[in-house]
Design a protein around this ligand. Structure first.
Ligand SMILES: Cc1cc2nc3c(=O)[nH]c(=O)nc-3n(C[C@H](O)[C@H](O)[C@H](O)COP(=O)(O)O)c2cc1C
Length: 318
């Protein structure tokens, strides 16, 4: 069975959103990336740090993603985090392109130091009693594509599976993900390979699966405001009809998402965070821009929810 997963998305894939994706058939999700150094140094009760580590009992399979560049720090963090018995795996981030991280030699910056990357993988595999995976990009830039070498090093280091985002660090999120390069990685190693990049519809996913032969798909931006992509992908891979959610289903989900965030985070934070999610949920709908502008001025969650219900009614009447 093909594994269809929710990508780690910093600032997006907290537990309320992950729960909604699991409800739609997502097989596995990743936490937002966690700094190994930050985890070891921050006071354990610091809310911002604790939030990243939370897991809801409704989550089926959750992998914690770590970033860092010191093998011993990564290993210590992995050992402690795996002993919490809260996650099904540890994933090493070797794909983040953000300058603050990549230019400091972490995330995709590790693609420029393959020996160090290998040391990190070996150290984390040794320290963790959970399976350890790695998320790679194709290379630092077009002139230094080294994903095949990195994948083989990962396999030799005892990594259990590899995800490949089919872009270089230099591309950031521009251009198109190169799924032929992902397919080459699948051919080059024996461990499972997941493909990642530009899956926005069930048809995209089905086509990429067939073309590349990967063992699973990881979905990032396509899931934002659209957890139904998971049930649609599942239906497509099983040859079933792909359904679009009704407007009412969409609105019910937005309201439930709001309630979960309100239950968990301080009201001001929840209101702020929901603004971006609502923007994604409404994306492409008639009147969405005006609705977003209106909601962005509201500080009272009940007022926002009423506005969403009114939006549903007005949209249904037109
Ligand atoms: C807002 C945002 C946050 C992200 N955060 C992470 C992260 O924490 N760790 C990681 O490995 N990748 C992160 N990524 C990259 C995604 O996991 C994924 O590789 C990328 O978006 C390509 O997949 P997509 O085309 O399906 O979006 C992030 C991407 C976005 C857009």
């Amino acid at each position: 069975m093909t594994s269809v997963r929710l990508a780690p998305l910093a600032g997006v894939t907290d537990w309320p959103f992950r729960v909604l994706c699991f409800e739609q058939g997502c097989d596995c999700a990743y936490t937002e990336m966690v700094s190994a150094m930050g985890y070891l140094c921050a006071p354990r009760d610091l809310p911002a740090a604790a939030c990243l580590l939370e897991r809801d009992p409704r989550e089926k399979k959750l992998i914690l993603q770590l970033f860092g560049k010191e093998p011993d720090i990564m290993a210590r963090a992995a050992e402690e985090l795996s002993s919490l018995d809260r996650y099904e795996g540890i994933d090493i981030n070797m794909g983040c392109p953000a300058p603050k991280i990549a230019c400091a030699g972490e995330g995709s910056g590790l693609l420029r130091t393959p020996d160090l990357a290998e040391d990190i993988m070996k150290a984390v595999v040794k320290a963790s009693h959970l399976p350890v995976s790695v998320k790679l990009r194709l290379g630092w830039d077009q002139d230094s594509i080294n994903v095949l070498d990195m994948a083989k090093r990962a396999e030799d280091a005892g990594i259990s599976e590899i995800t490949v985002h089919g872009r270089t660090r230099q591309q950031q999120y521009g251009g198109e993900a190169d799924w032929r390069a992902i397919a080459q990685v699948k051919q080059a190693v024996k461990i499972p390979v997941l493909g990642n990049g530009d899956i926005f519809t069930a048809e995209d996913g089905l086509r990429r699966l067939r073309e590349s032969g990967v063992d699973g798909l990881m979905i990032g931006r396509g899931a934002m405001g659209n957890p139904w992509l998971f049930s649609q992908l599942k239906a497509a891979t099983q040859g079933e009809t792909v359904h679009q959610p009704t407007l009412h289903e969409r609105m019910e989900t937005v309201l439930r998402h709001y309630d979960m965030l309100l239950e968990w985070k301080p009201r001001r934070v929840a209101v702020n965070e929901m603004r971006k999610h609502i923007g994604w949920y409404l994306h492409g709908m008639r009147g969405a821009a005006q609705m977003r502008a209106k909601i962005n001025l509201m500080d009272d969650p009940e007022q926002v929810k009423d506005a969403l219900r009114a939006f549903e009614q007005e949209t249904e009447l037109t």
